[in-house]
Design a protein around this ligand. Structure first.
Ligand code: BES
Ligand code: ZN
Length: 453
């Protein structure tokens, strides 16, 4: 093990350069213009896996390829999957980036670039740990398969089919994922719950075309106004969602969970400043950490209508649209929640408008025991790598595919994140802390020894 840890320490500089090469790909899964970047990035990952000694291939899907890389299978060894994604969120708005999103830049002990934290850097830490085993000739105590996909940020539409098709080959004892957060650089965490998600677009159509607002305005309802009124009905004054049936099935937080959460150092005023809001807001009766990790939400992610260019244009727009996602918690059903939302919108859509709802992806929330032998092994690895007692966390983000790991591969997922709250995931100036990159590599190296037992 010392050879492995020494190798990691001796090669940090090169690892960071390699991570820069990885972040340079504009692998934006949501934008069709970046198809070529996606393919090139997948190829780079596979080549890199081969270079460090893994058997790797690029598997095409209907949209973005999946990279599969593995160590040889040996009888009697436990087998683990390491899941990650090479796709990233769109970098817009460009003008808010201090350095361009796909020109990775070192500032202080952080690497800035889209995807540096979510998820390239976090997943790359595992690859570097395996490299250390393979290149020092240290026997790896478990068998490993890396599944690195290119569609996580668009809801993983191809991966479930891929798991189904390869389920015999991918059968494993558990899945390891570093794609979540930790409360602070010195406070490691094991995440035992993620929120689910369901998404759609709501469009209200009024007049057949944009109209002169002086000539016709006043005699026709404005779709932007109608959409604002419709969506404003979704919350009451105490931050609760008013849609009948929305909270059906929600498992209340236990006293024990609330106590665990309260252990994480938290300062309301600091949090307010960090978010840059004049005042915090959220569902009455819950702390901000409970609100953002363990309570369901209804969010508008994008709102569009009418003229968006320079200057003014006096029109009544023909339509208005909102992109909406809901975060779900155990045991809300995405299908039932969606039905409740559609019924609500239909009931309250004014007769002046035509309502269109277009569906997107959906995933249930995820919860896993933190008491299992594998969870305890993960906690031991975190403890050793960080030299601190890990906390147990629920997280607000979603990793849709973990449900399929359970359903198709019958495997639980160990969520061992390395992202800091201020990593700016999905925001301008995303960064990854290079100390955590190094700690993540150590954690991964130690983890396989712990899990082999
Ligand atoms: N890494 C995140 C998920 C995450 C972040 C979980 C922080 C817990 C804490 C992942 O890349 C992500 O952003 N997922 C999307 C999924 C969606 C597009 C279906 C999300 O949560 O918005
Ligand atoms: Zn993400």
């Amino acid at each position: 093990m010392n050879a492995v840890l020494d190798y990691l320490q001796a090669n940090q500089k090169r690892f960071v350069q390699e991570l820069c090469d990885y972040v340079r790909f504009a692998s934006i899964s949501a934008q069709p213009d970046h198809q070529a970047d996606m393919r090139a990035c997948a190829q780079w990952v596979a080549d890199h896996c081969r270079r460090i000694g893994l058997d790797a291939r690029v598997c095409p899907t209907e949209r973005h390829p999946i990279v599969l890389a593995r160590t040889p299978r040996r009888k009697g060894r436990r087998h683990f999957l390491v899941y990650g994604h090479y796709d990233v969120q769109p970098p817009e708005p460009f003008e808010l980036w201090k350095t361009p999103p796909f020109e990775p830049t070192l500032r202080g002990h952080s690497l800035f670039g889209r995807g540096a934290s979510d998820n390239k850097g976090q997943n790359f830490a595992h690859l570097k740990a395996i490299e250390a085993y393979l290149q020092t000739g240290t026997e790896l105590p478990v068998d490993l398969t890396f599944v690195i996909e290119g569609e996580e940020e668009v809801g993983s539409p191809s991966l479930a089919g891929f798991l189904q098709a390869h389920r015999a080959d991918l059968r494993c004892d558990a899945v390891v994922v570093s794609d979540t957060g930790i409360p602070g650089a010195k406070l490691p965490a094991l995440t035992y719950a993620l929120r689910g998600i369901t998404s759609f677009q709501v469009t209200l159509r009024g007049p057949a075309r944009d109209l002169h607002s002086g000539i016709f305005g006043g005699s026709v309802e404005n779709p932007a106004m109608a959409l604002c009124r419709l969506l404003a009905r979704v919350h009451d004054s105490r931050g609760r969602v008013t849609i009948p049936g929305f909270y059906e099935g929600v498992v209340p937080l236990t006293a024990h969970e609330r106590k665990q959460m309260a252990r994480v150092p938290f300062n309301r005023e600091q949090y307010r400043k960090f978010l840059g809001v004049p005042q915090l807001f959220g569902e009455y009766g819950f702390t901000p950490n409970e609100q953002r990790t363990a309570r369901p939400t209804f969010e508008i992610n994008g709102l569009t209508s009418g003229y968006q260019g320079e200057g003014s244009k006096t029109i009544v727009p023909a339509w208005a649209r909102a992109k909406v996602t809901l975060r779900l918690v155990p045991h809300q059903s995405p299908v039932r929640v969606r039905k409740a939302v559609v019924a609500f919108l239909k009931r309250h859509c004014p007769p002046t408008m035509k309502l269109e709802i277009q569906g997107g992806h959906g995933a249930e929330a995820y919860m896993v025991s933190s008491q299992s032998a594998d969870a305890q092994a993960a906690l031991a690895a975190l403890r050793q790598a960080f030299g601190a007692e890990p906390v147990l966390l629920r997280e607000g983000g979603s990793i849709p595919i973990v449900n399929q790991f359970r359903a198709i591969l019958k495997a639980d997922t160990l969520l061992l994140g390395l992202a800091l709250p201020d990593d700016n995931a999905h925001s301008p100036n995303e960064k990854f802390d290079l100390n955590l990159f190094a700690k993540g590599q150590r954690m991964s190296a130690l983890l396989w020894r712990e899990l082999a037992r």
